[in-house]
Ligand binder design. Structure first.
Ligand code: COA
Length: 260
C-alpha cells in the first residue's frame, strides 16, 4: 500500500513507518492520522510483518506535534473528536498491537510526537532528540494519551512538571527519566533499533503478544494483572512453540519458533 504522508518499507519481516512531512517537521495532520491508522492495520493483518519501527523523515524531527494549522477551526466537539479518533484509531492500536513496535526518535518529539513515541512499546532516541508536551503554550493539554502515558513512564512528579511547564528534555535526560531505553548517534539509531527487533523476533510470537498485553495491563494499574498472568502463562503451555522452546533447551540447540 502506498501513502501520501508516510513512507513504508517491509524488510526481513520488519515494517518501517516513516512519517514524511519534513517541511512541517512531520506534524500530524488529518491525513497523517488516517494513514497511520491504515499502516497500523497492516501491522496487525500482514503475516509477513513480525515487528515494526516508527520514525520521522529528515534529520530534525520525529514528529513536532499535531498540526497546529488545523486547530483554529475546531470547537469543543471538534477537539473531542480529534482526540477520540486519534486515540482509538492510532495511539491505542499501536499500544495494543500483538507485534512489537519501537519508536526510533530522530529529533523533536513534541506534543503528539512525544505521545506517538510513548504509544510504541518502547523508545530509542538519537542524541539530538528532544521530548516535550508543549500543549499548555497553546492553551491546551495533551489529547493523544500524553497525560496518562507520560505519568506511567516517568512518574507523577516529573510528568506533572513537563506537562505544566511545556519544557523540553534532551535525549540523555529522557534516558535518565526512563522515557527512552537507549540513546545512539543519529547514524546508528535505525540499525540499533533493528537489532533489538531481531532479538525480539527470534522469540516465540505468541509469548511476545501475551507479554505485551500483560505489561500494558499493568501500566494502567488494573488490579487483576496477576490473575491474568496465570491464565496467559497456562495458555502458552498449549502452544507448539512452548514445547519447541523446552525441547530445544534440553537438546542444547536454538529453538525454531513458528508462532503456533
Ligand atoms: N504544526 C504545524 N506546523 C508545524 C508544527 C506543528 N506542530 N511544528 C512545526 N511546524 C512547521 C512550522 O510552522 C514551519 O513551517 P513553515 O516553514 O511553513 O513556516 C516548519 O514546520 C518548520 O518549523 P520551525 O518552527 O520554522 O522550526 P524551528 O527549528 O524554528 O522550531 C520547533 C522547531 C519544533 C521548536 C517549533 O517548530 C515548534 O515549536 N513547533 C510546535 C511544537 C508544538 O507546540 N507541538 C505541539 C502541538 S499540539
Amino acid at each position: 500500500m502506498s501513502y501520501q504522508t508516510l513512507l513504508t518499507n517491509l524488510q526481513e519481516n520488519i515494517f518501517t513507518i516513516t512519517i514524511n512531512r519534513p517541511d512541517k517537521l512531520n506534524a500530524l495532520n488529518k491525513t497523517v492520522i488516517d494513514e497511520l491508522s491504515m499502516a497500523i492495520d497492516e501491522i496487525y493483518s500482514n503475516e509477513s510483518i513480525k515487528s515494526a519501527m516508527m520514525t520521522g523523515s529528515g534529520a530534525k524531527a520525529f514528529v513536532a506535534g499535531a498540526d497546529i494549522s488545523e486547530f483554529l477551526s475546531l470547537d469543543a466537539q471538534g477537539g473531542k473528536l480529534l482526540a477520540q479518533k486519534g486515540q482509538e484509531n492510532v495511539f491505542n492500536k499501536i499500544e495494543n498491537a500483538p507485534k512489537p513496535i519501537i519508536a526510533a526518535v530522530n529529533g523533536f518529539a513534541l506534543g503528539g510526537g512525544c505521545e506517538l513515541a510513548m504509544a510504541c512499546h518502547f523508545r530509542l532516541a538519537s542524541n539530538n532528540a528532544k521530548f516535550g508536551q508543549p500543549e499548555v503554550n497553546l492553551g491546551l493539554i495533551p489529547g493523544y494519551g500524553g497525560t496518562q502515558r507520560l505519568t506511567q513512564l516517568i512518574g507523577k512528579g516529573k510528568a506533572m512538571e513537563l506537562i505544566l511547564t511545556g519544557n523540553m528534555v534532551d535525549a540523555n535526560e529522557a534516558l535518565s527519566l526512563g522515557l527512552v531505553n537507549h540513546v545512539t548517534n543519529p547514524e546508528e539509531l535505525l540499525t540499533t533499533t533493528i537489532k533489538i527487533l531481531q532479538t525480539i523476533m527470534s522469540k516465540a510470537p505468541l509469548a511476545i503478544a501475551e507479554a505485551i498485553a500483560l505489561v500494558n495491563h499493568a501500566a494502567y494499574g488494573k488490579s487483576d494483572g496477576l490473575k491474568k498472568e496465570i491464565e496467559s502463562f497456562g495458555k502458552l503451555f498449549d502452544t507448539q512453540d512452548a514445547k519447541e522452546g523446552a525441547k530445544a533447551f534440553l537438546e542444547k540447540r536454538k529453538a525454531n519458533f513458528t508462532g503456533k
